[in-house]
Design a protein around this ligand. Structure first.
Ligand code: UDP
Length: 325
């Protein structure tokens, strides 16, 4: 059987780390990416097909030519704030893109799909930690596009013979320890890279979005999960599906929450620099606390996060220090 895995969005942050671990596990990753947000230099573990997942003919040609053993679909727009400015773009990329992947997979007879989803599909959770049983009521266009894509995938699984593992990430962070690949978004909006930029003197101060949440220190709490742990879960999901495992939707988080201020303190400890801070109003659409219940990932995939906050901050700091943008 083929060991080719088509990684759509393999030039991105989580996609490139997944290609690395797929290659280390004996698979042959092939990246399909339009490089609008991905980076050519991140494609180091197999060939690159340059193409846009919203172009049906392009993705159909790639899937029909390769007939991969499985498809891992990362490509999408991810930034919550941007999704409120250009929602139609988000629906086009995230929903149409996923429908194209499903149709092309069906045409080629490929029945194993791993899909990138998000805890943003839960919206403002009623229960903590958040399990997969939590109601999915997204509060922004980004979360809605991912939920609609999930629904299409679930229907394809129920009625058309697809098998899919939907992975709902909490806050991806950190980088491969070799310094070859890491988090690189333009413009950057994520907490850890911005905080590190302040520590490196590349930005003046850290803006704290809200200090009056009902949390232990008033700032939001997030579940930061190392990108290598996420990548490992994708390899496990691929193996699960190729081995005939059932479809499922699975949270990926550590189960441990870190507040914005605790994160800033961790960056101060690793960098040895004091961070200037400025309090600012809440950012619209931010839930106060997002922490994963990860029992299903353990049970279904045998997955458990290996890296903690210190590894995340150290590897991210190393990656960003070595770069100059
Ligand atoms: N945050 C912040 N200052 C920043 C960027 C982010 O206080 O400059 C907060 C943000 O309000 C949220 C948390 O950090 O509570 C994580 O935000 P991020 O954008 O990294 O990820 P998200 O949780 O939105 O996926």
């Amino acid at each position: 059987a083929s060991n080719v895995i088509l990684v759509i969005g393999g030039a991105g942050y989580i996609g490139s780390h997944t290609c690395m671990l797929l290659a280390e596990s004996g698979y042959a990753p092939v990246t399909f990416d339009c490089l609008s947000n991905g980076h050519r230099e991140f494609v180091q573990w197999g060939p690159l097909i340059e193409g846009d997942v919203t172009n049906y003919e392009a993705i159909e040609a790639a899937i029909c030519d390769l007939r991969p053993a499985a498809i891992v679909h990362f490509a999408g727009l991810i930034e919550v704030g941007q999704s409120t400015l250009t929602p139609t773009d988000f629906y086009h990329n995230n929903v149409t893109g996923t429908l194209n992947v499903l149709r092309a997979a069906q045409k080629a007879g490929v029945t194993s799909l791993v899909f990138s989803s998000t805890c943003a599909t839960y919206g403002m959770p009623q229960n903590l930690p958040i399990t997969e049983e939590e109601e999915q009521q997204p509060i922004n266009p980004y979360g809605r596009t991912k939920l609609i894509a999930e629904m299409a995938i679930r229907d394809a699984c129920q009625h058309e013979g697809m098998r899919a593992v939907i992975l709902r990430y909490f806050n991806a962070a950190g980088a491969d320890f070799s310094g070859r690949i890491g988090e690189w978004h333009e413009p950057e909006t994520h907490l850890i890279p911005l905080t590190i930029d302040v520590a490196l003197g590349r930005r003046k101060e850290l803006t704290i979005f809200g200090n009056d949440y009902e949390t232990r220190d008033g700032t939001c709490i997030r579940d930061f999960v190392h990108v290598l742990d996420l990548a490992d879960a994708h390899v496990r999901a691929v193996r699960h599906l190729i081995g005939g495992g059932d479809s499922d939707a699975i949270n990926l988080g550590t189960g441990t929450g870190t507040s914005v201020l605790e994160l800033a303190a961790a960056v101060e400890a690793v960098s040895g620099h004091h961070l200037a801070r400025r309090d600012s109003p809440r950012r619209p659409g931010d839930p106060s606390t997002l922490v994963a219940g990860n029992a299903r990932a353990r049970r279904v995939l045998g997955w458990q996060p290996v890296y903690g906050l210190d590894d995340i901050v150290r590897s991210a700091f190393q990656w960003h220090s070595a770069r100059n943008h």
